[in-house]
Write a protein that binds this ligand. Structure first.
Ligand SMILES: Nc1nc2c(ncn2[C@@H]2O[C@H](COP(=O)(O)OP(=O)(O)OP(=O)(O)O)[C@@H](O)[C@H]2O)c(=O)[nH]1
Length: 468
């Protein structure tokens, strides 16, 4: 079963229960059986499914509860509680502790995480409780200063618990609402590391423990994530180094198998190389990998190959080409999924819940392009768009100069991405064979999680059907 379908199956099971007039033993048992089936089909281990079922049963005491609606709410709450507490809430002070093996990217990720929330309006701070590695404090200090985030640490103090407590206390007093504690990494899963983590955790009482894991280790991630989950009550996982590592998919599915939610992924060495992890865009991206067959399949819908290939081989990715693509996109209805398929289109178009804004932006871009001359639309000379042309386009379209410049920048970015695509691979891949290169590119565990070849095909269909 496709991972993305799991949520749907559970939601349907709960909805059916909602329709029942009375929630009794039988309705509850049916609902739980349905949820169990969905989990098992999603390759969740039998033992886990059994535990989930038992937990829900213990929590939902049918006799003690009077009204049916309350029971539903409680079951819903418990079935969905995995998501609770994974993200800090603004204005409510949270302590988040980072754990992981040495070199996993923990220190870098602490800063990325702090910066992400700073941009969301939080007031974060960093505490370096890594006294094991010489230079860890300097690294955190350097990163934190670059991102303009307050930090706390010591060159001389060797007790990580003491530093962690001092740092957390200080930033609590300074009214920081997100205090991030970076702990020591070790070469392997040593008992001493876990003991140190336990002590830091006990002293700082974190609201969330995040395990940072190197995605390049692939499926070996399962044992590591499991060990950390058990020893450090890990609440969430961040998988790093997802850039350029074919094994990243295996790591993600292995982590999923430990039932630890992955909340972010690291996609590079720099602070902005950090993305919220969500299964759907991730799968979309996966489909864009391999020999790009999945992506090319989607592009067929936006612009048929027989039209696109001659235009692209002729030369550059012109504004006119972009305009035509937007036009096709607009004719297709709600398109959150498809946006993610257009290489280069910035993530703001595909962010969950922001599809409407994405559509509005496309409309705005098209209005701007409507005020361009034929020459400008077909232009391949980067110097053509001078100030006077930009001013004229802005006036003509009733838009700000800045908006015209933004649009031209976006076009430049997209054109750059397109120049890197293997255009000759564009074909009509609608049969199973066309999925083979993609299947071969996926780690086996990941493919299992996606429901094998059939699951992959269904998912492509599912994504295709969302166009209408
Ligand atoms: N390509 C890539 N490199 C990354 C990513 N995240 C971190 N790195 C690099 O990985 C290396 C190790 O990162 P650190 O942040 O020092 O790792 P650490 O886990 O804090 O290490 P210890 O403090 O020794 O435990 C550095 O060179 C980082 O630049 C990522 O998402 N992609």
């Amino acid at each position: 079963m496709v991972l993305a379908q799991l949520g749907g199956s559970i939601a349907r099971a709960l909805a059916r229960m909602k329709d029942a007039t009375v929630v009794d033993e039988k309705v509850l048992a049916d609902c739980l059986n349905e949820i169990s089936r969905a989990l098992l089909q999603a390759d969740v281990r039998f033992e886990t499914v059994r535990d989930v079922k038992a937990n829900i049963k213990t929590i939902v005491n049918l006799d003690a509860l009077a009204a049916g609606t309350d029971k539903r709410r409680i079951i819903q709450k418990n079935a969905g509680s995995r998501e609770a507490g994974l993200h800090p809430s603004k204005g409510k002070p949270s302590v988040v502790m980072f754990v992981g093996l040495q070199g996993s990217g923990k220190t870098t990720t602490c800063t990325k995480y702090a910066d992400y929330y700073r941009r969301k309006g939080f007031n974060p701070a960093l505490v370096c409780a890594d006294t094991f590695r010489a230079g860890a404090f300097d690294q955190l200090k350097q990163n934190a200063s670059k991102a303009k985030i307050p930090f706390y640490g010591s060159y001389i103090e060797s007790d990580p618990v003491k530093i962690a407590v001092e740092g957390v206390d200080r930033f609590r007093k300074e009214k920081c609402d997100l205090i991030i504690v970076d702990t020591s990494g070790r070469h392997k899963q040593e008992a001493a590391l876990f003991e140190e983590m336990r002590q830091v955790s006990e002293a700082t009482k974190p609201n969330l423990v995040i395990f940072v894991m190197d995605g390049s280790i692939g499926q070996a991630a399962f044992d590591q994530a499991q060990a950390f989950k058990q020893s450090a009550s890990v609440g969430a996982v961040i998988v790093t180094k997802m850039d350029g590592h074919a094994k990243g998919g295996g790591a993600l599915s292995a982590v999923a198998a430990t039932r630890s939610p992955v909340i972010f992924i690291g996609t590079g060495e720099h602070i902005p190389d950090f993305e919220v992890f969500d299964v759907k865009p991730f799968v979309s991206r996966l489909l864009g990998m391999g020999d790009l067959s999945g992506l090319m399949d989607k592009i067929q819908d936006v612009m048929p190959a027989d039209e696109l290939v001659p235009k692209l081989t002729e030369g550059a990715f012109t504004l006119r080409l972009l305009y035509e693509m937007f036009q096709n996109l607009q004719n297709m209805g709600p398109l959150g999924q498809l946006f993610s398929m257009i290489p280069g289109l910035s993530s703001q178009f595909i962010e969950k819940g922001k599809e409407k804004e994405g559509q509005a932006k496309i409309k705005r871009y098209m209005t701007i392009m409507d005020s361009m001359t034929q020459k400008e639309l077909d232009n391949t000379n980067p110097k053509l768009m001078n100030e006077s042309r930009i001013n004229r386009i802005a006036r003509g379209s009733g838009r700000l100069v800045k908006e015209v410049v933004d649009m031209l920048e976006e076009h430049k970015r997209i054109a750059k991405m397109w120049s890197k695509l293997p255009i000759n691979n564009i074909r009509r891949p609608n049969n199973r064979d066309s999925l083979k290169p993609l299947v071969n590119a996926l780690p086996p565990n990941m493919l299992n999680q996606l429901g094998g070849l059939n699951g992959l095909q269904n998912m492509m269909k599912q994504m295709g059907s969302q166009k209408r």
